[in-house]
Design a protein around this ligand. Structure first.
Ligand code: AP5
Ligand code: MG
Length: 212
């Protein structure tokens, strides 16, 4: 299964699942959100431009995202395949991706909105190793500190409630139409993204094993 896309609303658990599945499949986890946030931290010119959109919960312009994605995809570890998390986000990006890296399977995360709001507002992450925590469902052992490396945990700039609402709106308007696009191509597999991370992970692995 060389190229898999995770499609789903903000807070659906794409990053949580992608980290472990990519490791199991031996392919890189390619998150455009993570790549953009790294550029913001490093204060590159692309990062400074993207930061304004990210904070507002809007999509970063396609050309900027494409540039950062192509750079990452060109690295040798991405040659056997990749797990795309957060790309594509609109029809133009989907068509672009078909041109340079055709997708084999799209897993869509199905989850009710109230759960998303709860997951996002309680999320904290480790800026060093990327481990995701949730104060309600997966708290760190010691408050505010990463279990793995002791780094002080941070919250994302776009997890404020106004940015979260904008991200949900952008998802409904621009990203949700991709469900029909991939369904028509016969490569869409919806999975129930409620329940524990272990339950969701099991559903995804079963879906991939049984995919045609
Ligand atoms: P991006 O980083 O892609 O964010 P997103 O799609 O909004 O999704 P999230 O990362 O918020 O959620 P997730 O589904 O990964 O959930 P997670 O596993 O963290 O994009 C951010 C921004 O970058 C965009 O708004 C845009 O500005 C820009 N951008 C990125 N890609 C772009 C593109 N292609 N084009 C244009 N702009 C782009 O889980 C959430 C929380 O829930 C965590 O606390 C976790 O611990 C917890 N959790 C996870 N699973 C479970 C579970 N099963 N049960 C209980 N809790 C759980
Ligand atoms: Mg994510």
């Amino acid at each position: 299964m060389p190229r898999v896309v995770f499609l789903g609303p903000p807070g659906a658990g794409k990053g949580t699942q992608a980290k472990s599945l990519a490791k199991d499949l031996g392919i890189p986890h390619l998150s455009t959100g993570d790549l953009l946030r790294e550029a913001v931290r490093e204060k590159t010119s692309l990062g400074e431009e993207a930061d304004v959109y990210i904070r507002a919960g809007r999509l970063v312009p396609d050309a900027l995202v494409l540039r950062i994605l192509k750079e990452r995809l060109a690295r040798p570890d991405a040659q056997p395949g990749a797990l795309f998390d957060g790309y594509p986000r609109n029809l133009a990006q989907a068509r672009e991706l078909t041109g340079f890296a055709p997708v084999d399977r799209v897993i869509s995360f199905v989850i009710p909105e109230p759960i998303l709001l709860e997951r996002l507002t309680q999320r904290w992450n480790c800026p060093k190793c990327g481990t995701l925590y949730n104060l309600a469902t997966r708290p760190p052992k010691q408050t505010g500190v990463c279990d793995l490396d002791g780094t002080t945990l941070v919250q994302r700039s776009d997890d404020r409630i106004d940015a979260v609402r904008m991200r949900l709106l952008v998802y409904a308007e621009q990203t949700a139409p991709l469900l029909e696009h991939y369904r028509m191509l016969g490569i869409l597999t919806p999975i129930d993204a409620t329940g524990t991370p272990e339950q969701v992970g099991h559903r995804i692995r079963t879906a991939l094993e049984h995919a045609p």
